[in-house]
Design a protein around this ligand. Sequence first.
Ligand code: NI
Length: 254
Amino acid sequence: MYSNIFDSHAHYTDKAFDDDRKIMLDSLTESGICGVINCGADIESSVFSVELAKEYPFIYAACGVHPEEVDDLPEKYIQTLRKMLQNQKCVAVGEIGLDYYWRKDNKELQKKVFEEQLCLAKELNLPVIIHDREAHEDTLEILKKHKPKGVLHCFSGSAETAKEVLKLGMYIGLGGALTFKNARKAVEVAEILPLDRLLLETDCPYMAPVPMRGKRNFSGYIPYVAEKVAEIKGIDPQTVLDVTAENTRTLFGI
Ligand code: NI
């Protein structure tokens, strides 16, 4: 059995956990999970993340507005986030970024909200958790401008893009997608990625790794991702879990 499993990106606030959230979270430490960063996607889920973090010692919160949630934002959302992020268990601004897969018609608004939150993170000296889907070029350009500390979660770019991210001193998050049959790009990224820049994540309830693909994901499936990384790197899966847990603590100051 594996230990020291740190899930750097989860959404236990999602409605997929409404029926059994407490049972699920109460059992996590028994499955070897030592920590979870629970990410907000809008104001409501960010507030909920902070509540979970207050209740469970091993849960930490990230608060932020996801690019799919930028419409109809209250004018003072930055002030709301700033206040929320004062909480001791809030360790990052996230998840934030750009998503041109779902929406191409509001790119300017997505960029504006992304940059406002990067400025907030800088002001509060917090790392950021970045979502980038089919927006690699614009994301990189904005990251080069703001130079935040942080992670590109569920990284879907090429090995070349990964090298650019590494040059910025940022981390790369890999999850279930690495185990999928068509994961050629993610495998190439894992090959070139130094282990000290890797974080493991679920993005649960989504992205369950093979052989659980299609099921509801949870932090207990992270070892399948660690085993894939271990196979690619020719090392022991527990070493992957140990190093990535330490990386997560280092980045988020835990
Ligand atoms: Ni996410």
